[in-house]
Write a protein that binds this ligand. Structure first.
Ligand code: UN1
Length: 486
């Protein structure tokens, strides 16, 4: 332990083959208070990553044949410990990532629920027995673990995303090397520590924190990794897919979004405003499922923009741990710069800034940005085409539902799409015709259940869906076995 000012800054090491290792560390800075170091986290080298992959490979035969009761028990105990410590872990999440404390605790509970779900799934993995087309032959279809899984996670859901990749990987008998985002590694470190203490055998789960260009790249370059599951940017996702093709390896890739929320004339205005406010700005807009394109028909447009702007003006932006805060800080200086750049680009493109977009002073020095709303946006503008990943949304005015649907689908992304309407006909048509992996009616585009498939289309996702029972599509491989009856 070393001390900076009044904070004890614990050293958090990497876990390789069951041992905590590492001698160089980077500080994890609190975006609500840049003078506060949340902890010191080890930075792994490419050699550490190789050692972690070798440890995972060595542990695979044992873990893949381990009893399902043992796997289920470890996942359940982990769920229970996360839940027991939800206030402490939720506060850690808020301190390292900047979500409000209630968002941090809610995400921690979600991680516990994910471990609990997969604790049950470990006991439920089933196959099929079929009659063969050849008399006297029996056919079985079974699922086996894929092997060594490389997991690369982003900072914006620092506990839920690692949970929804690690839990199914272990549940189905795989071994793991996980690399969390450099900006917010603390929650992944905590999950790994809990799993380790709850009896996971050495080498089954290895943690390598550090730079994507070094540690992530080592995972991509290794011929000994059987599958990589990644959530992050489109650019990096493409590199993950290319490396996967080179190694003939399975890839599961979740990338960006430019998610549309359609608001029709017949929408309940109060519902539409709350849905847009939540979808666009909660979690500081740092969700790949955030609604960044608000596509609004003529008859409700002006009332909607005015009501949303009024509601935004009441949002309290501030330190993530203060109880009255509704919007926490932007995660780091680089992301803040990107958000401000896009706000400048929006103005230069001729969009009208209705409100927000300024830096905000608070008693602590942090990355506080007032959520920004643009109106008079055109679909071709960069702010309507490129993912900003911050609290910035734009309104596109359309004539009618048909134009709204065309604009909603006119994007290279296809993660989540939403509509606010009281018309059953339009709701049903939109659910069928939206080109997205997830669709929400009178609900925010962000904020999903943990037990059903998650993923998108087009440039948003590549490979099998995450979460729920569909997770087995990525984390297991199918075997068809034939046997002549004696
Ligand atoms: C959610 O909206 O509840 O990175 C989850 C992201 C997504 C997860 C969103 N992969 O924002």
């Amino acid at each position: 332990m070393k001390s900076t000012g009044s904070f004890d800054v614990a050293l958090h090491r990497n876990l390789i083959g069951g041992s905590w290792v590492g001698s160089t560390f980077l500080p994890n800075i609190n975006p609500s208070d840049l003078s506060q170091v949340v902890g010191e986290f080890a930075t792994a080298t490419a050699d550490d990553a190789q050692a972690a992959i070798a440890a995972a490979r060595a542990a695979f035969p044992g873990w893949s044949r381990s009893g399902i009761l043992e796997r289920s028990r470890i996942l359940r105990d982990t769920a229970q410990e996360i839940l027991r410590r939800k206030d402490e872990i939720g506060a850690l999440l808020s301190r390292e990532e900047g979500k409000t404390l209630s968002e941090g605790i809610a995400e921690t509970i979600r991680a516990a629920q994910i471990f609990e779900f997969f604790s049950g799934e470990a006991l439920r993995l089933a196959g099929e027995v079929l009659a063969s087309v050849r008399p006297g032959v029996e056919v079985q279809v079974t699922r086996e673990p894929l092997g060594v899984i490389g997991i690369i996670t982003p900072w914006n859901f620092p506990i839920a995303i690692p949970a929804w990749k690690i839990a199914p990987a272990l549940c189905y008998g795989n071994t793991v090397v996980v690399k969390p985002a450099e900006v917010a590694p603390g929650c992944t470190w905590t999950i790994v520590d809990i799993l380790h203490r709850n009896g996971l055998p050495p080498g089954v789960l290895n943690l390598v924190m550090g730079k994507g260009s070094m540690v992530g790249q080592a995972l991509l370059d290794s011929p000994d990794v059987d599958g990589v599951t990644f959530t992050g940017s489109v650019g990096t996702g493409r590199r993950v897919a290319e490396a996967g093709a080179r190694h003939m390896r399975r890839s599961q890739i979740e990338m960006g979004g430019k998610n549309p929320l359609v608001v029709l004339d017949d929408a309940d205005l109060g519902v539409a405003v709350e849905v847009a406010l939540n979808g666009s700005f909660y979690s500081t807009g740092q969700r790949c499922t955030a609604s960044s394109r608000l596509i609004v028909t003529d008859g409700i447009h002006d009332r909607f923009v005015a009501a949303l702007a009024d509601r935004m003006a009441t949002l309290r932006v501030g330190h993530a741990l203060e109880p009255e805060t509704q919007i926490g800080p932007v995660v780091d200086a680089g992301q803040l710069e990107q958000d401000l750049d896009y706000i400048a680009i929006g103005k230069a493109e001729g969009a009208r800034l209705v409100g927000g977009g300024d830096l905000i002073e608070r008693p602590t020095r942090g990355h506080f940005l007032a959520p920004a709303l643009f109106a008079d946006c055109a679909p071709r503008m960069r702010i309507m085409r490129e993912e900003i990943f911050g609290p910035v949304a734009g309104v596109i005015r359309v004539r009618d539902y048909d134009e709204a649907l065309a604009v909603a689908n006119g994007t290279e992304f296809g993660l989540s799409a939403g509509i606010c309407t009281t018309s059953l006909k339009h709701a049903a048509h939109f659910r069928r015709n939206t080109e997205a992996g997830m669709v929400m009616v009178n609900l925010p585009t962000a904020g999903v259940d943990f037990h059903v498939p998650f993923g998108g289309r087009k440039a948003s996702s590549f490979g099998p869906r995450e979460q729920g029972r569909y997770a087995a599509e990525f984390f297991t491989t199918v075997k068809t076995s034939y046997q002549a009856a004696g």
